[in-house]
Design a protein around this ligand. Structure first.
Ligand code: GDP
Ligand code: MG
Length: 807
């Protein structure tokens, strides 16, 4: 009987908890464990919740929850001694037998596609002689049978065959109702081993439900007869569901199957774990949003997990809609759902169920791709044809490099044109404002602070947009998943998984979403390592610095230098990952599925929208952090104003250095050197002198920790004053010879070391915050700060010192 049926004042012993995995876990954490006695303090029919006493404390459960707890009634209501079954007294014996036989009954249900051999399995297990047919639709309703094995009694139910669990056909509805109302202890998902791709689709739906499950890999004889090699053990570990090969016609493997069922039922199977089948980002976000809304509903149905209900709700599943209808906020949730769905459907240009199904097929084909080797020629589907090229052993890698090169080439070369226009516009605005405003601090602030700072960064908007267009396209088209796939072997060499690769490529855009995207990595240590190496993936905010310096110092070899920097970042990431694995995190071998979604040409709209979303973020950053930072930097570089004595001191210093003071604007030099910023820079700059950086570069690196673009705006502010150079573009100003040394501050060698430092040193505040948030500990943020800066300093130091010997 169920706990909800036990009356007030009676007590019962818990036999088992039904329902989905996380519900079972929650109940167990609350003390609802097999064999525990429980007293019903108040169970008024038609009234929710019900009050219970377990151990020594009171708990109230909703009726819907109590109905998922299987119990046996205890003999006398007076004997409410709070003891576990383990302490056996004579009085208990009769009741204990009762408890034990209930506990040793396992209800199992056979679920699978039509014709996969369910009825044959049912017959060979239960000894029944049900009709077995080689055409679908023979089993119209459930057949029940009983089997005893190894001290357990199995109630076996043979359900009608279904291809999925959507609520369309009567068979599907039947199976769904059965799962909901009868709540079998363990599901036997029968799959036809000779037709895995199609059969495993249903498995993905069952995985979503998060119920206890075992897969019978049926028709194993046919698989053996074909030349296919299938590593089902790895696949079981990937999907967290044990698989047992069976030949139900002959009864082979049936005992092993039931042994495994017992293990799963008793919670002893090591393979069992709940995995999420992840969708594309838009859908995953929508699922999370609905899930959150559902979880705040007190009366949510506990037969299914909130994630499952959310997915089904997005698919507009009629049954789930009717289950949820009774919720107090049903209308709001439904409206939320409609809004999300309309948005996603418009974006993808197809109905959402199709998009979700495609993700599931992606999961299946990714899982099989890694565990199954076929000799047969695959059908010439478009996806298969493209895959045979881009994931080819020989060509896969060069194609990837070529695409990356194309991405950086386009970012730099194509981006150059609009960049020139914006640059011209910024210059023009600067001049206009200069001529219109009267001399004084306000004019200086607007021209040098705002236009110099923000303008220096905003010119790179087109480049960033191009970079993002490439990344969005690769993600949306399905290529990124393949790139992860071909990288898998390499990633394993550094102790990671192909799945870590996608956040790494995303890091080229921005490290913050990339670090959040590591949530799809199920292994804790792999995820931590992926997070910690992500800042070495050079983000879009560092691009303006590269573009500025590469454009000024290496215009001939721009693409190569740029690609080289990104490659250096990757190399440092790889070495770091290897070190972390070796020194700190032991290898963990939990394999997981890499989804291989079918290819699709992303709609223009989706790509543009993703690109624009990033562009907007960039602009917001300009108007916010960068603007404020530029103003503060300007203030610090402007004040305090030098006194005449300061100017004289600088003049005599210059004269002492043998510089012709008539070619130098001594007031400007004195002003910057005397400012707060100049003082801070000079204070810190001994640390950076061995790298060849002057105090202006040092200051820009300090301000760059707010947001990397700020390095450019700081240089824009600090390199603005020299009157001879006037409003020339910043790129020209930084390579103009410094009057006090006669040399440009940025020589190619210094510039290169500066680039290396910018690439590697501590990421911006937003990224450090994301690291702390996602890892749940400030230690990882501190590690990033210290380690990354240390690596940056050391590498720049080595390059500068060795380079100085030759230049
Ligand atoms: P159901 O629709 O899932 O109930 O499938 P059935 O049990 O009716 O079986 C469909 C067909 O597959 C029958 O012709 C069975 O004899 C055959 N079959 C079932 N199990 C196996 C197996 O393990 N190996 C082989 N080769 N055939 C099987
Ligand atoms: Mg059948």
């Amino acid at each position: 009987m169920r706990l909800s049926d036990v009356k007030t004042g009676e007590s019962a012993v818990i036999v088992k908890i039904l329902g989905h995995g996380s519900f079972r876990k929650r109940m167990m954490e609350m003390g609802f464990v097999k064999g525990k006695k429980i007293l019903v303090e108040l169970n008024a029919p038609l009234q929710d919740p019900i009050k219970y006493k377990i151990l020594d404390y009171e708990i109230s459960l909703r009726r819907s929850e109590a109905s998922l707890i299987e119990v046996v009634r205890e003999g006398s209501s007076e004997a409410i001694a709070m003891h576990d079954v383990a302490v056996i007294t004579e009085d208990d014996c009769g009741f204990l037998n009762n408890f034990d036989s209930e506990r040793r009954t396992i209800n199992v249900a056979l679920i699978g596609n039509p014709n996969c051999g369910k009825t044959s399995l049912f017959n060979s297990a239960s000894g029944a002689k049900e009709h077995v047919g080689n055409y679908s639709g023979v089993t119209v309703d459930a057949k029940k049978g009983v089997m005893e094995y190894n001290g357990y009694v199995f109630n076996i139910v043979d359900l009608p065959g279904t291809y999925s669990l959507s609520a369309y056909s009567p068979e599907e509805l039947y199976v769904r109702r059965y799962l909901r109302e009868e709540v079998p202890d363990v599901i036997i998902n029968v799959v036809d081993a000779s037709n895995l791709e199609r059969n495993l689709y249903l498995t993905t739906e069952l995985i979503d439900m998060d119920r206890s499950m075992v897969i019978a890999l049926n028709m194993y004889d046919e698989l053996e007869r074909s030349k296919v090699h299938f590593d089902y053990e790895t696949l079981s570990r990937m999907i967290g569901v044990p698989m047992v090969p069976t030949v139900s016609k002959s009864g082979r493997g049936v005992n092993e199957l039931f042994d495994t069922i017992i293990e799963v039922y008793e919670g002893r199977n090591e393979v069992v774990r709940h995995v999420h089948i992840s969708f594309s980002k838009d859908i995953e976000d929508a699922v999370k949003t609905i899930q959150k809304a559902l979880k705040s509903e007190a009366q949510l149905d506990q037969h299914f997990s909130a994630r499952y209900l959310s997915i089904k709700l997005l698919e507009n599943d009629r049954e789930v809609l009717s289950i949820l209808q009774s919720l107090p906020h049903y209308e709001e949730i439904k409206q939320l759902r409609d809004r999300l769905v309309a948005d996603i459907e418009q974006l993808h240009g197809e109905d959402i169920a199709t998009t979700i199904a495609a993700s599931k097929y992606g999961f299946v084909s990714g899982a099989l791709r890694e565990t199954m080797e076929t000799d047969e020629k695959e059908e010439a589907k478009t996806t298969a044809v493209i895959d045979s090229i881009v994931t080819n052993r020989l060509f896969g890698f060069p194609i990837f490099i070529l695409l990356m090169w194309l991405m950086f080439w386009a970012t730099f070369e194509i981006g150059q044109y609009p960049m020139d226009w914006i640059e011209a516009a910024v210059g023009w605005i600067g001049e206009m404002v200069s001529t219109l405003l009267p001399e004084g601090p306000v004019k200086d602030m607007i021209v040098d602070g705002i236009i110099g700072g923000v303008g220096g960064v905003i010119v790179f908007l087109p480049n960033i947009l191009i970079l993002y267009a490439f990344i969005s396209f690769m993600e949306d088209s399905g290529y990124m998943a393949r790139a992860a796939f071909i990288m898998d072997r390499i990633m394993h060499k550094i102790g990671l998984h192909g799945k870590s690769f996608i956040p790494m490529v995303m890091g080229f855009g921005c490290n913050v979403p990339a670090i959040i995207a590591t949530r799809t990595i199920e292994s804790r240590t792999s995820r931590l390592i992926t997070i910690l190496i992500n800042p070495f993936m050079s983000c879009g905010a560092r691009l303006p610095i590269y573009l500025l310096l590469v454009g000024a110092l290496f215009p001939e070899n721009a693409s190569i230098v740029l690609l080289g920097l990104y490659a250096l970042g990757v190399l440092v990431a790889v070495v770091t990952a290897k070190l972390l694995r070796k020194l700190h995190y032991k290898e963990d071998e939990t394999p997981f599925v890499m989804e291989l979604p079918p290819y699709r040409i992303p709609t223009m709209k989706a790509t543009l929208r993703h690109m624009w979303a990033k562009g907007q973020q960039y602009l917001k950053k300009m108007g916010g952090v960068i603007l404020v930072a530029s103003l503060i930097i300007w203030l610090f570089s402007y004040f305090p104003r030098p006194t005449d004595a300061d100017v004289e001191a600088v003049r005599s210093e210059l004269v002492a250095d043998g510089i012709d003071v008539n070619t130098v604007n001594v007031e400007t030099v004195a002003a910057t050197e005397n400012s707060f910023l100049g003082r801070i820079g000079k204070f810190v700059s001994p640390v950076f002198e061995p790298l060849g950086f002057n105090w202006k570069m040092t200051v820009s690196l300090l301000t760059g920790t707010v947001a990397k673009e700020t390095v450019v705006s700081t240089l824009g502010v600090l390199y603005s004053g020299d009157s001879e150079v006037g409003n020339d573009a910043l790129a020209k100003r930084i390579v103009t010879p410094n009057p006090s040394t006669g040399q440009p501050d940025f020589t190619p060698l210094v510039g290169f070391c500066f680039l290396i430092f910018v690439l590697l040193y501590v990421p911006c505040i937003a990224t450090v915050t994301a690291i702390v948030k996602e890892t749940g500990s400030w230690r990882y943020g501190a590690f990033t700060l210290v380690y990354n800066t240390f690596v940056a300093w050391t590498l720049s130091f080595i390059v500068f010192q060795i380079g100085s010997l030759f230049v």
